[in-house]
Design a protein around this ligand. Structure first.
Ligand SMILES: Cc1cc2nc3c(=O)[nH]c(=O)nc-3n(C[C@H](O)[C@H](O)[C@H](O)COP(=O)(O)O)c2cc1C
Length: 219
């Protein structure tokens, strides 16, 4: 039975009875999940809404706890990293991470960054060994697929596009996700939201076509 960890992060919600102001990234992930589970009905879905319940920011005490060997941690330190443990268990269980996110200020929302800071953890999702020379970090998990749904107000963030160099969303997530065991990465992006013109309608339609094609490819 495949397991999907579905994470939504947009500050905007998705209300299917509404015709406007819906989160586009949430809508794309919802469509992927609906089509996927129709085709693969035994899929287990773990769901988190990071906008509704944002993970806390890590601090000095959190870092000290994470770097203390498990058998030496105090009860207080175990409590400090208990959410991190829970979030990591969800990642570990997942075969696929279905992540939806808006572009905020050319990168990811703070809630999603807080999630990454909680889940990428030494001796849990990666090992650190200076014996490896210039690349001491190595992921300990593997074989996961990430399907990323993004939405942005402007356009041209693709490779070779006019805003490629301003895109700190998909490329950042792809790099960070390696330390969660992601070795297959797919991004479906909707652009032009702020223009609201035909280009936006076309971009949204293309994203929906991409979803159908990706599901065919992965199932
Ligand atoms: C706080 C904030 C910052 C944003 N920053 C950018 C940006 O840097 N580049 C961009 O293209 N769009 C930006 N946008 C537009 C959003 O990416 C766009 O509205 C997108 O559709 C939001 O995703 P959602 O529909 O899933 O909520 C921003 C929107 C907000 C609210």
């Amino acid at each position: 039975m495949p397991t999907i960890l579905h994470l939504d992060t947009s500050a905007r919600s998705l209300d299917k009875s509404r015709t406007s102001r819906n989160s586009i990234s949430r809508m794309l992930a919802d469509s992927f999940r609906e089509q996927w589970t129709k085709k693969m009905p035994t899929t287990k879905v773990i769901y988190r809404d990071l906008a509704e319940k944002p993970p806390g920011f890590i601090d000095e005490a959190w870092i000290a706890a994470a770097f203390t060997p498990e058998e030496q941690r105090t009860a207080e330190q175990n409590t400090l990293i208990s959410l991190s443990d829970e979030l990591i268990d969800e990642v570990t269980e997942a075969d696929m991470i279905l992540l939806s996110t808006p572009m905020y200020n050319y990168g990811m929302p703070a809630t999603l960054k807080a999630w990454f800071d909680q889940v990428i953890r030494v001796n849990k999702t990666f090992s650190f060994d200076l014996g490896r020379g210039d690349y001491p970090l190595q992921p300990t998990l593997s074989g996961k697929t990430m399907v990323l749904m993004t939405s942005c107000g402007e356009f041209g963030f693709h490779v070779g596009g006019i805003r490629e160099k301003m895109n700190h969303l998909g490329p950042h997530i792809e790099v960070a996700s390696q330390y969660l065991g992601v070795d297959k990465f797919y991004e479906i992006r909707c652009e032009y939201q702020e223009f609201g013109d035909q280009r936006h309608i076309d971009s949204l339609n293309n994203a929906h076509t991409d979803i159908t094609n990706l599901i065919k490819r992965l199932t």
